[in-house]
Design a protein around this ligand. Structure first.
Ligand code: SAM
Ligand code: SF4
Length: 331
């Protein structure tokens, strides 16, 4: 019988993000330094069986219904579709999703859909080839666009696009992205730039508050809010004229959604993190490798979730950047 994972502020954690690798084939300026980061040793990364054991606990004991695979770039993990299939076997009605840069989806989308992946979020920060090279530091615009098409063809719908909006880099494209959403029926998520980049270039001046983006889009395409089905980080809108697709805003910096946060994260090396901005994590890998029982793991997990932080303090006195950056945590 499943119970729930409740924290001391009454929030229920039912959205699990699993990072399957800290490695990546891109070097996005808002995430990783050009030279990359020091990768984890392969033996330190959770094996598929270990990930599935933990997923089973979260699903069967705590009623988690959404599992998102992320990284680093999840598609660089060899045979990732096998992991999707193993998680799907736990319960084929699970909402298994993935956040990916999309560049390998051309070859993987069909396999992933067949294995049980339901949908994808694909990161795309610009619609210009030269800018893509500047932001991702890779000449991969065409392949990424092919990957988006492959995901659509494989039935991984709705297609959600994640755009990290940075002042002076790509904020002049937000209306174009809304236009793309309308033409293709995509859901575009505009994400505020967070101080989790590996190069520490973040400054509050580079953040474009969601309400500014909303205003720009509304000048062209009036929007109507979509009432949330359940608490979550994104505020979503449809187009008032009935065009397909939609837009959403993740306002982590300007309007933190911590009071309704239902997310927990497992890092590639098996650390349980209760907040993106946690300053410590609860290591589960060595417990598992040391022979801990499921009941023991559950006690550790429940305690960690109970102690989930009230919220982050970005732009407030006392904010401390976590030592890990986004790709090392699993965004
Ligand atoms: N590599 C995959 C990708 O890029 O989609 C998955 C991992 S990536 C760390 C997950 C998400 O975090 C992506 O949508 C990315 O754009 C976002 N992200 C990375 N660094 C960020 C930052 N500093 N602020 C806001 N979002 C960020
Ligand atoms: Fe890689 Fe994703 Fe980070 Fe870009 S955002 S460097 S694709 S992990």
């Amino acid at each position: 019988m499943a119970s729930v994972l409740r924290d001391s502020y009454g929030r229920i954690a039912d959205d699990l993000r699993i990072s399957v690798t800290d490695r990546c084939n891109f070097r996005c300026i808002y995430c990783m330094p050009a030279e990359g980061l020091k990768w984890l040793a392969r033996g330190d990364i959770l094996r598929f069986e270990e990930i599935v054991r933990l997923a089973r606990i979260f699903v069967r004991r705590y009623g988690v219904r959404t599992i998102r695979l992320t990284g680093g770039e999840p598609l660089v993990r060899v045979h990732i579709e096998e992991l999707v299939g193993m998680i799907n076997e736990l319960d084929p009605s699970l909402d298994i999703t993935m956040t990916t840069n999309g560049v390998l989806l051309r070859d993987k989308a069909k396999l992933l859909a067949e294995a049980g992946l339901k949908r994808v979020n694909i990161s795309l920060d610009t619609l210009h080839i030269d800018r893509f090279q500047e932001i991702a530091r890779r000449d991969a615009f065409a392949r990424t666009m092919e990957g988006i098409q492959a995901a659509e063809d494989a039935g991984l719908r709705p297609i959600k696009l994640n755009m990290v909006v940075m002042k002076g880099k790509n904020d002049d494209e937000v209306v174009d992205f809304a236009g793309l959403a309308r033409r293709r029926g995509y859901e575009v998520r505009f994400i505020e730039f967070m101080p989790l980049d590996g190069e520490e270039i973040w400054s509050n001046d580079m953040v474009v508050p969601s309400r500014r983006i909303l205003e720009q889009i509304e000048d062209q395409f009036p929007l109507v809010p979509v009432p949330p089905k359940r608490p979550g980080p994104s505020s979503d809108y449809q187009f008032a004229d009935g065009a397909p697709g939609g837009v959403g805003f993740i306002s982590s910096v300007s309007q933190a959604f911590c009071s309704t946060c239902n997310r927990i994260r497992l890092t590639a090396e098996g650390g349980l993190r209760t907040c993106l901005f946690s300053l410590s994590e609860t290591p589960l890998r060595d417990l598992m490798r040391g022979g801990a029982s499921d009941d023991h793991l559950c006690r550790v997990i429940e305690k960690a979730v109970w102690l989930k932080e009230e919220g982050h303090l970005i732009n407030q006195e006392g904010f401390v950047r976590p030592s890990k950056s986004m790709s090392q945590i699993g965004g």
